[in-house]
Structures are given as structure tokens and as C-alpha cells.
Write a protein that binds this ligand. Structure first.
Ligand SMILES: Nc1ncnc2c1ncn2[C@@H]1O[C@H](COP(=O)(O)OP(=O)(O)OP(=O)(O)O)[C@@H](O)[C@H]1O
Ligand SMILES: [Mg+2]
Ligand SMILES: [Zn+2]
Length: 511
């Protein structure tokens, strides 16, 4: 045989798709060409494949070799194709005569024929199942991700010789099973608990509302008041992800290579807190081999931006579109791709450079001009997208020194879960899971108001000079507050609390 074709899988955005690796061996000067939009890493395959072939007791064909990756119109990245390429060469040179038609192969090779882990196995295995294949051969380091998908055999291999033994039937390898992995479904290792936080009743309540409806929240207060401490406790009160959410979030982490070892499916919502020096690409994704950014790694979870004004202006503004659309688009020369990023933004900041503006006992040393320039780092449109603005005042001595334990995360989480269950029921079949994601078209129906609340809303709208977006967000937060109160209709108390979370910007921003 001089020609062979082996199935493999590629990635586009967060989804996998089938690829075919074709090898053609012809007479002529020895050479090696790859066609079909290969990325740089694919070109480097040759050396690894040649060395692996020799080290496993086969012969590398000394002829003219042409490799084609089909379909030719999508760029192929990474070292995923080492393994299918090796098999295509062995078949084309007549050294391996087994039927490979119902299998797909992915994996990077080391020079001595070991099979190394790659990124993106979960979406690839899902794509293989959709394509109707019987088995996918994956690096054993990625077996847990594959084991999550049922309806297809996922064969973990750690070396080329092991794979050949499996394919020829001399030593078959058993498919990976969920039972093989004790840590398959990962929950957060004990996140810190809200019972450690003294006082701060208002901020705790606001975080509960934010968690219940997945709303964006800004914490503002003097140094040492507990903003970072409060935000880091948020994961302890978030509901687990639904099955569909877990699958999407895990796909992103599979592609980014950020899954913990042995993990198949993430259950707890991600909590990402990038440093304020993060680049735009780091935040929203990009790079020569495209990678999801922090915003996408936080998909269905929390993106925590501590010391908010320290983030660069471009980084902050790059979040505006994702905050609205819940996905990011990365433009490539060959095609543009999208990564989902439906996250809850949590931001923390001081009210001024010295930190003490509005402090009950300490004096702020900043001039109005300095304060105003500091606050203006957070642009109006960005502020508009944050549903809850909350003041975190300094803790009082009595509260710090009191022996009274604060309410635990478990108790808060119970209320959050109950409110989330109401939302899941309300949005059944609508492809959203929280109030923060209600599309405008559904807003009126999802947020019925009492007559008194209606009148109040009109009044507030005029008085606060709200934008249409702020109006929508105000209603959504009121919806969540009513859900926490187990009330189908939104009443004045619910609305009033929601309005209160919207009025802080007047104190600080409209000087
Ligand atoms: N409400 C509180 N209850 C118990 N301890 C607290 C509280 N607030 C602050 N602390 C203590 O103070 C430390 C500093 O708090 P934290 O780092 O959260 O402050 P911050 O508001 O983020 O300050 P900065 O503006 O400087 O970032 C905490 O690690 C904790 O030990
Ligand atoms: Mg802090
Ligand atoms: Zn100040």
C-alpha cells in the first residue's frame, strides 16, 4: 500500500470535529511535506514520528512522503496528530495491516515512542461519538476526561508499542471507565467559610443575592475591611453546576489544559482571580495556538477582579462585550472562533487612592481631582454592567471581638440553592439557568410586579436617571430577591432592596 488514511480529531472553539490524516508514499527523493493548513507544531511532528517509528522496531520509509490533513480549510494546531500520522505511515508502508476505520487517534509522541497528554480531549471524544465512531485512542494521561463520555470506547494508551498490541489484538486494552477514576467528578476542595467573617451583614446579604441569581457585584470599601475575604468565600455558597454547565466548563478547561490531574468533570463552579497585570489575551483569550482566557475559564462561575482600578483600561474594556454577550470572539487569519464566557463578575476596590474616603473615623487625603481620576478608571458603561454595588465599611471592634459565630456557608447555600431551583424551573427549556441571563424579550413575563412596585419602579427610573440596561438589571436583581423570598410576584420590598444596590454610584461617581 502506498496510501493510507487515519481518523483523528481537531478543535474549533470549544468543540471538536473529525479530521483525516492521509499519508502518501511515492518514489522520488526522500522528503516530507505536510499540506492542509498545519500549524507550526504539526510540522515538527516529523521528527517525533520518525524517531518513534525507529525506536519501536519499525522502519521509517525512505521515500517521498506527503501528508494531508483534511478538511484543508481549518487550521490544525498542536501535536495531536503525531499518533495518527505514525499509524498512517505504518499502514502506507505496509507495516500494519489492521482495520482502523471505526477508530480515531489523538496523542503527542515523545522521541522514544511514549504517548503524551494533549489539550482538548473531552470535546474531541464528544465529537468522535457524534461522528459515530466505535473507539477513540487517547493518551492515558487524558483518560479521565474521555471516561466521562458514554456511548464510545475510550482506549488509554501510554506507548506506541502498547497501542500496536491493542490494534493487532495481541494485548487488548480495556476502555476507560468512570469507576477507574476516584476523583472523576471534582468538587472544590473546602473553600473558606463565611462563618469566619465578623459583621458585614449588608455585604454578606448582597453576596447571597449575587450568588442566587448569578449577578455581577462590586465591593467598595477601605483597606482591611474584608472585601477580598468576602469575595473568596463566594465559592462556598454557589450552587453546583448543572450537568450541561459542567460539561461546557470542563470542555474549556480541557482545551486550556487546566483540569486537575485525574479529573473528568468539574462540578463546582470555577473561581478565577487573575492578577491585575493580566493582558487582554490572558483575560479574554487568544494566542498563536488559541487558548481560552480567564473570562472563559470562569464560564458558569466567578471572575474575581481584586483591586479593580489597577487593571489596565484596555483589559477592563475588553470585558464589556463578553459581559453583555457571554462569549468572546477571537479573530484568526483563517477563521474566527468563539469561546463561551458566562461568568459572574466580582470586583473589589477602595473608594479612593488613599482608601479612606467616606471612612467614619479616618481622614481621606485625596483631592477631589485625584479621587475623580481614580474612579474614572472604571468607565460608565462598565459600571452600568455591574448589578450590585455594595459598600463594605470598616469592621467595628465589638463585632471583631464578639464570640458570636457568624452564619455558616452551608446555611446560606441552602437558601441560594432553593432560589436557584426556582429559576431552573422557571427557565426550563429556555437554555438559561439564572435570573442574570434573562433575555430582554422574556423580562416582562419573568418579572411580574405588584401595582405598588410598578409605580415605585417608574418613580425610581426618573429619579435615578437609569439607562435602559440598568433598568433591566435592576429588575433581574429584584427577581432574584423575590426568589430568595419564595415570592412569584415582585413587591416593593424586593424592588427597594434592588434599587439600594444601584444607588451607590451616586455617592462615589457622580461627584
Ligand atoms: N469582617 C471581618 N471579620 C474577620 N476578619 C476580618 C474582617 N475584615 C477583615 N478581616 C481581617 O483582615 C484581613 C484583611 O482583609 P481583606 O484582605 O479582606 O481586606 P480588603 O478589604 O480586601 O483590603 P484591601 O482594600 O487592602 O484589599 C483579613 O484577612 C482578616 O484577617
Ligand atoms: Mg483586598
Ligand atoms: Zn482618599
Amino acid at each position: 500500500m502506498v496510501f493510507a488514511r487515519v481518523k483523528s480529531l481537531g478543535l474549533l472553539g470549544i468543540d471538536g470535529f473529525p479530521i483525516e490524516v492521509e499519508a502518501d508514499i511515492s518514489q522520488g527523493l526522500p522528503g516530507f511535506d505536510v499540506v492542509g493548513l498545519p500549524g507550526a507544531a504539526v510540522r515538527e511532528s516529523r521528527d517525533r514520528v520518525r524517531s518513534s517509528i525507529k525506536n519501536c522496531g519499525f522502519t521509517y520509509p525512505v521515500s517521498r512522503i506527503t501528508v494531508n490533513l483534511a478538511p484543508a480549510d481549518v487550521r490544525k494546531e498542536g501535536s495531536v496528530y503525531d499518533l495518527p500520522l505514525l499509524l498512517a505511515l505504518l499502514r502506507a508502508s505496509g507495516q500494519l495491516n489492521v482495520d482502523l476505520d471505526s477508530s480515531a487517534f489523538v496523542g503527542e509522541l515523545s522521541l522514544d515512542g511514549e504517548v503524551r497528554p494533549i489539550r482538548g480531549v473531552l470535546p474531541m471524544v464528544i465529537a468522535a461519538r457524534y461522528a459515530g465512531l466505535k473507539q477513540v485512542i487517547v493518551p492515558s494521561g487524558n483518560a479521565a476526561e474521555g471516561a466521562v463520555v458514554d456511548g464510545i470506547d475510550v482506549i488509554p494508551v501510554s506507548s506506541v508499542s502498547g497501542l500496536i498490541g491493542h490494534l493487532t489484538g495481541t494485548s487488548p486494552i480495556a476502555p476507560a471507565k468512570p469507576e477507574d477514576f476516584p476523583n472523576l467528578f471534582v468538587s472544590n476542595p473546602a473553600a473558606p467559610d463565611f462563618s469566619d467573617v465578623c459583621g458585614q451583614a449588608a455585604a454578606r446579604r448582597a453576596l447571597e443575592v449575587a450568588a442566587a441569581g448569578s449577578h455581577n457585584i462590586l465591593l467598595i470599601g477601605p483597606p482591611g475591611s474584608g472585601k477580598s475575604m468576602l469575595a473568596r468565600r463566594l465559592p462556598s455558597i454557589l450552587p453546583d453546576m448543572t450537568q450541561a454547565e459542567a460539561l461546557d466548563t470542563t470542555k474549556i478547561h480541557s482545551i486550556a489544559g487546566t483540569l486537575p490531574g485525574g479529573a473528568g468533570l468539574l462540578k463546582s463552579r470555577p473561581f478565577r482571580s487573575p492578577h491585575h497585570g493580566v493582558s487582554v489575551a490572558g483575560l479574554t483569550g487568544g494566542g498563536s495556538i488559541p487558548r481560552p482566557g480567564e473570562a472563559s475559564l470562569a464560564h458558569n462561575g466567578v471572575l474575581f477582579l481584586d483591586e479593580f482600578p489597577e487593571f489596565s483600561r484596555v483589559a477592563m474594556e475588553s470585558l464589556r462585550q463578553p459581559l453583555e454577550d457571554n462569549f468572546v470572539t477571537i479573530s484568526r487569519v483563517s477563521a474566527s472562533l468563539t469561546y463561551p464566557c458566562s461568568f459572574m463578575l466580582v470586583a473589589a476596590m477602595n473608594p479612593c487612592p488613599c482608601g479612606y474616603f467616606g471612612h467614619p473615623t479616618r481622614l481621606c487625603k485625596c483631592s477631589p481631582a485625584v479621587r475623580s481620576s481614580y474612579l474614572s478608571r472604571i468607565s460608565g458603561p462598565l459600571l452600568d454592567r455591574i448589578d450590585l454595588h455594595v459598600e463594605v465599611p470598616p469592621v467595628e471592634y465589638e463585632q471583631l471581638s464578639s464570640n458570636l459565630k457568624s452564619e455558616s456557608s452551608a446555611a446560606i447555600r441552602e437558601r441560594v440553592n432553593a432560589a436557584r431551583a426556582i429559576q431552573l424551573d422557571r427557565f426550563k427549556g429556555a437554555n438559561i439557568t439564572s435570573n442574570a441571563r434573562i433575555p430582554s424579550g422574556m423580562l416582562r413575563k419573568a418579572c411580574p410586579l405588584t401595582d405598588a412596585a410598578s409605580a415605585m419602579l417608574k418613580n425610581v427610573f426618573d429619579r435615578l436617571g437609569l439607562s435602559a440596561r440598568a433598568y433591566d438589571r435592576l429588575l433581574k436583581v429584584a427577581r432574584t430577591i423575590a426568589d430568595l423570598d419564595k415570592s412569584e410576584i415582585i413587591d416593593t420590598a424586593h424592588l427597594a432592596e434592588s434599587v439600594q444596590y444601584r444607588s451607590l454610584d451616586r455617592k462615589y461617581w457622580r461627584l
